[in-house]
Design a protein around this ligand. Sequence first.
Ligand SMILES: [Zn+2]
Length: 213
Amino acid sequence: MEKTCPICNGSNFQKVFSHQKWLGDCFCCLNCTHIHYFNYNNPIDQSDFATGIERANYYLNLLKDFRYNSIADIGAPKDLYFLEEIHKSRPDVRKLAFDMFAYEAPSYIETTNTLEGINVDLAIALHVLEHIIEPLPFLKKIIEISRNFIIETPDTTSLKLAKNSTINPHYHCFTRQSFSYLLDLCKVDYKLCYRKHKRKYPVMSAHNLPMDL
Ligand SMILES: [Zn+2]
């Protein structure tokens, strides 16, 4: 079967480099510039991630004055740092941790491996999208279940950064163009912002919060 771009459905690709983790070819879509890894035959365990503390603190600080009664951390790492920090100042807020993998959580955090039937004020997915084989339905679901959302992913617009991103089990290297393309398909109002975490690679976020990120 002919392969198509997971973002724009285009069918013209250029091989750009080998995935450093999976050692298969990565392709760049000649239509939307998305760089992706097609060979899903040998998935590796993606359950063992820790929270990026600096990144989490950035959003915790930003959300300090934002009002919400429920939050879902999408792709929450096992340490549950983000939700536990929120609990310290907002014990009243309903907290959900979504992940495909089961793990222990304190009683004030609900864990779930499905987004069906969930409805929250705020959904946040930090560095999750690049790990999802089919990002469009996943992103649509996040938007569907939330009033406000924050999606952050590495900004791998440059080939060098994209290649570097494949040290990790990322199926996707989003460029600014392909990320926008994907968001436009969701037919939702969003703002994009680009920034750098200290000493780290550039990232981009899409959100519909009333403030700037
Ligand atoms: Zn494409």
